[in-house]
Design a binder for this molecule. Sequence first.
Ligand code: FES
Ligand code: FES
Length: 140
Amino acid sequence: QSLVRFYHERVVDHYDNPRNVGSFDKNDPTVGTGLVGAPACGDVMKLQIKVDDSGKITDACFKTFGCGSAIASSSVATEWVKGKQMEEVLTIRNTEIAKHLSLPPVKLHCSMLAEDAIKAAVKDYEAKRAKTVTSDSATP
Ligand code: FES
Ligand code: FES
């Protein structure tokens, strides 16, 4: 109850009932994994996406070792990336997540983790894909 006084309802909701908690197999070629840390506090967030051939994110999950705002931010991030194209999710800004959750300024870096984790997941997927394409074309 005291939490509700300091945090917006949505933070508490995403903290109490985080969406999409879990892990995908990071060796699955359709999975991109973003693992990022916040230097400010040492919290760590892992966000994973599952991507289809058209570059659409069909599923997402996360694991966050961090504060309530970081957990809420990653939960929102997984909700927002699902069903979108990879290029589209690269435009998600931490400020939008912070605004959605009404995070106070000192908690901005927590939402930054989510933005960074999305970008890192996309990058990982693309790097993996580039490798598969290269090794495919290398086989006679
Ligand atoms: Fe959950 Fe908006 S309250 S994504
Ligand atoms: Fe570090 Fe929130 S206090 S992620």
